[in-house]
Design a protein around this ligand. Structure first.
Ligand code: G3I
Length: 388
């Protein structure tokens, strides 16, 4: 009988198996010595060379609970709204970097990396831009915006979402209508990336979108075709951001395939705005595992800290509850990154080792990782003996 199935039946056998697994894998099952296991998301992601970030709202930084979790858990920060066009250039040629600087300066002072979000987007776009009717004017305005904002943060942003959400939903696989598309045509994305490369050659340049996680979706295929074309023609692009705003079921079955297929084009992939309705631990673990299994998946950003900070607060989609307490999904994420949740850090070493084997071994072959994730799901329901 499959030992993993047997494991689900009796708690006693669970603990026995966990101990056996630990004996078979001295040290830890991730291959890292105990001392190398981290107890926070950012520190644990760093063990595999990845970052774990969050969206940050400048208006919440004065909240001690919020700021405390931010600084404890995350090593990358994305401004949720403060670097968007409506904030940074509310009227033509008049730039406002106050809120963006607040987030950038604070992150830099704490050694947190910064993602830039976002330079060209049809939404949160001031009326003076969307009412432009002349292509040459719009091209100049777009290039000036990209250059000025990127210069402000030059050398401080590891990845910029140069263009955000330019593809249409539904089955067309084409760009959506927008002032940029309507006046400049399909070439506006290429133009934006070329301008961005000139402005800050040190930043990774990303195309970022939602609903491109399912490999079978027309939108995913459209973005993949664009990236393939850019790489073939030498248009500068370094990364694809998959937003990953998921429903209760979490990622589609093909999510890892999608990550791999983008990476195979020669770009990094990043999960840029992760949140999952009702925050099922399994759904979070599946998402993180897909990233861990793809070498060029360089980092994960969740779109907010506590449920109450979320743009979809009523769906409780994040890793911390309204009081700032870790939710079960938090432990699932930490374990999948290869870390040890606090609740098990005090358990016997053998138990901890075996539990950590359940979903966090990025070097494991895919089939082994799948088996491990089943083990984690079941073992997660087990209460561990407390240790003095
Ligand atoms: O700043 C004003 C404030 O002055 C005013 O009093 C208040 C009244 O409603 O609104 C405030 O602006 C809001 C802003 O967030 C800041 O809180 C806007 O109404 C609100 O629409 C805006 O929502 C943001 C949304 O993007 C806008 O499209 C969300 O916070 C933000 O999480 C969300 O993020 C986007 C990503 O950028 C791109 N991908 C999708 C993701 C979720 O929609």
């Amino acid at each position: 009988m499959n030992p993993l199935k047997r494991l689900g039946r009796r708690r006693a056998s669970v603990l026995g198996l966990l101990a056996t697994a630990a004996l078979l894998t001295p040290g830890t099952a991730t291959g890292a010595p105990d001392a190398d296991r981290a107890g926070t998301l950012g520190a644990q992601a760093a063990q595999s060379g990845r970052y774990f970030g969050t969206a940050v709202a400048a208006g919440r930084l004065g909240d001690g609970t919020y700021a405390g979790i931010l600084d404890r858990e995350f090593n990358s920060v994305t401004a949720e709204n403060e670097m968007k066009w409506d904030t940074t250039e509310p009227s033509r040629g008049s730039f406002n970097f106050g809120p963006g600087d607040q987030i950038a300066g604070r992150a830099q002072a704490r050694g947190q990396r910064l993602r830039g979000h976002t330079l060209v987007w049809h939404s949160q776009l001031p009326g003076w831009v969307s009412s432009i009717r002349d292509a040459n004017t719009l091209r100049g305005v777009m290039n000036n915006h990209i250059t000025t904002v990127m210069n402000r943060y030059k050398g401080r942003i590891h990845s910029w979402d140069v263009v955000n959400e330019a593809f249409a939903d539904g089955g067309s696989g084409q760009h959506r209508p927008s002032v940029f598309q309507n006046l400049l045509g399909d070439g506006f994305i290429e133009q934006a990336f070329r301008t961005a490369r000139s402005a800050d050659p040190g930043a990774k340049l990303c195309y970022n979108d939602y609903n491109i996680e399912d490999w079978n979706a027309a939108k995913t295929q459209g973005v993949h075709r664009m990236v393939r074309d850019f790489k073939a023609r030498g248009v500068p692009i370094d990364c694809v951001g998959l937003q990953a705003h998921f429903g209760t079921g979490g990622p589609p079955a093909s999510f890892q395939t999608t990550l791999s297929n983008f990476a195979a084009l020669g770009v990094d992939v990043q999960i840029t705005e992760l949140d999952i309705a009702q925050a099922s631990p399994n759904a979070y673990a599946n998402t993180v595992r897909a990233c861990m299994n793809v070498a060029r998946c360089t980092g994960i950003t969740v779109w907010g800290i506590r449920d109450s900070d979320s743009w979809r607060a009523s769906e409780n989609p994040l890793l911390f509850d309204r009081g700032g307490n870790k939710k079960p999904a938090y432990n699932a994420v930490l374990t999948t990154l290869g870390g040890t949740p606090a609740t098990t850090r005090n358990a016997p070493t053998a138990t901890r080792n075996a539990l950590a084997a359940t979903s966090g071994n990025p070097a494991a072959p895919r089939s082994a990782v799948n088996a491990e994730s089943n083990l984690f799901t079941r073992a997660n329901n087990v209460s561990f003996p407390s240790v003095a």
